[in-house]
Design a protein around this ligand. Sequence first.
Ligand code: BG6
Length: 474
Amino acid sequence: MGFPKNFLWGGATAANQLEGGIFEGGRGLANVDVCPAGKDRSAVIAGHKKMLEMDESHSYPAAEAVDFYHHFREDIQLFAEMGFKVYRLSIAWTRIFPNGNEKEPNEEGLRFYEDIFKECRKYQIEPLVTISHFDCPIYLIQKYGGWKSREMIRFYLHLCQVLFTRYRDYVTRWLTFNEINMILHAPFMGAGIYFEEGEAKEQVKYQAAHHELVASALAVKMAHEINPKNKVGCMFAAGSAYPYTCRPEDVWEALLTDQENYFFVDVQARGYYPSYAVKRLQKNGVFPAVEPGDADILRANTVDFISFSYYNSRCIAAPGGEQEEAEGNLFRSARNPYLKYSEWGWPIDPTGLRITLNQVYDRYQKPLFIVENGLGALDEPDENGYVQDDYRIGYLREHIRAMKEAVEEDGVELMGYTSWAPVDLISASTGEMKKRYGFIYVDKQEDGSGTLKRTRKKSFYWYQRVIETNGEEL
Ligand code: BG6
């Protein structure tokens, strides 16, 4: 009973929120670099405000982030001290191809990740690599409009080919796109898409989604061809939609919300556009342009496993209601009165994780991997930099317990769990530093000051014990 012996415990990060060093090592500029912190961020990440360069009037905390670029050995050593079996990280596309369309990759960027993989190997930590965690080179946005263009498939696959070949001896687990469904909610941050005046937004988003889905399927094919040991997963932002009441209209609306999310995984895991999507996209006149051969590509190259982030469930009411709204991982929904909320207004719902695990497993019958889950909170270190983060331990304990029930009692096949994020980093939705998730505190403050010193929090020792006992001691 309990978790399988080879259960993959670890943590997850993204290059653009962690590394910093955006002007080092020959790296080019990406969409994720030009999303400022502060009041314009939400309009920029949603593609409503066009911003393709950094300017003086905004701040960009992710430019330095927590400087993993120069601290990765120290950080990986700390992950090893916690007993990590797996470390999920992403590749900054523009470290490998600064503009995105070069013929030859940038050796300095390739070496950087190779050094990270070597460091992981030293401690028998297996890397799980997200090929694109929201990144899109600015040059490709300027020239092609990001994932609006089918040309992107070619550039993305070139990146894949370089990564699969160069890291053949280091990496066998890959994720094609982080939170692929985010393209609908944060199209600029997720896919380099901004909208021109009068552009049909839904059409653009589903066209771009189609390009990513084809690219993802072709990446699966390529990964298997280059190394038959490669296992490739999809990744989506999960969190079941609860009906606000048992009124059939609310139940229906919740079902529609779930379908909007599952659409991506339906294609990636089953290999074809689900009938509800075909009907609705056609009815709304936004069915994407598809090329001959696309259907075969999707069908023949489904993913080996399904991964997702889980922060919260959502609560959905039929349009026209007057219910209060709540935040939550870039999706707003109705406020669920039965739940507690984080300092950033995200619902906290461990049982929702068990529900989501069951729903996703029932739907696809493929191995699952929770690749993000955690609590963003304000931490207050004492004079030695130590943070007593019982609130974070409480959150994680309850979620791991729910996941254990899903495995032990419901028979869900779960490969592993990587919490977001083992070390403090920049928030994706707000660009803030003060929204911290880590087991490791980094002395980097909201105003950019700080020594970047790393200090173990109370949760560090707690998670270490969780891993040591394979989830028996929570
Ligand atoms: C997920 C993303 O949406 O949630 C991460 O994959 C992100 O990049 C995480 O950091 C937590 O969200 P936030 O906005 O609190 O950083």
